[in-house]
Design a protein around this ligand. Structure first.
Ligand SMILES: *Cc1c(COP(=O)(O)O)cnc(C)c1O
Length: 229
């Protein structure tokens, strides 16, 4: 089932990319395996999936340590400073950096682990008070403040738009993220300003996200099914 789902999602990614004149290769599928058992991740791996996303550090730690080291992991949950060490050790990318304090902690721990840590800045495009992420107008100041942290590589931006019933409802928020990324790249604030990553789109709206420039789509339910509570 997981294999069939993965193949289906990959085919939709390819079709959507081609339809809007993009190279399908520039869109990476992050299989969101939060709350899913390691056996299901292994099943996905057997169908060629190596990139996974996790939200809960404790849960992720157990799985990452028992699974092959060839897998790649993105942290996509809310990160607390006191967990920065574990996150810096276990993950190749932290997609949810939204404040200087957490970035400084990640930078320090990355240095201690002698690694360069890829990060994305999480933007609260929907301006929802209960959501993590910084407001679009605060991104410039944060990115400027992060420049001296040489163990972090600011690869791009990530967002989670307000929950909508229709995929189309996400489109304006994806457009906002793309526009913001262009403005920041114009000021050379990313590690590579020619290929800026945009992590946007989930099971319900990833095709819209691809149309609007996503390079990372985070898909959980459509691959693994409904999550256990
Ligand atoms: C759970 C989660 C996803 C995946 O959501 P699905 O609707 O299951 O595809 C993507 N991004 C984040 C940040 C998540 O927490």
């Amino acid at each position: 089932m997981i294999c069939a789902n993965l193949e289906y999602i990959r085919s939709i990614i390819e079709k959507t990319a081609q339809k809007c004149g993009r190279d399908p290769q520039e869109i990476k599928l992050v299989a969101v395996s939060k709350r899913m058992p390691a056996a299901m991740i292994t099943e996905a791996q057997q169908c060629g999936q190596i990139l996974f996303g996790e939200n809960y550090l404790q849960d992720a730690e157990a799985k990452i340590q028992q699974l092959p080291s060839s897998l790649r992991w993105h942290f996509i949950g809310h990160l607390q400073s006191n967990k920065a060490k574990m996150a810096a050790e276990l993950f190749q990318m932290i997609e949810t950096v939204d404040r200087l304090k957490i970035a400084r902690a990640l930078d320090r721990h990355a240095e201690a682990f002698m690694k360069k840590l890829d990060i994305l800045i999480q933007i609260n495009v929907g301006r929802e008070p209960q959501k993590s992420g910084i407001l679009p107008e605060d991104a410039l100041e944060l990115l400027q403040a992060l420049q001296p942290l040489t163990n972090l590589r600011i690869r791009g931006l990530m967002t989670m738009p307000p929950y909508g019933r229709e995929p189309e409802e996400s489109r304006p928020f994806f457009q906002t993220l793309k526009k913001l990324s262009l403005e920041l790249a114009d000021k050379s604030l990313f590690y590579d300003n020619k290929t800026v990553e945009l992590s946007m789109g989930m099971s319900g709206d990833f095709t819209v996200a691809i149309e609007e420039g996503a390079t990372l789509v985070r898909v959980g339910t459509a691959i693994f099914g409904t999550r256990p509570q």
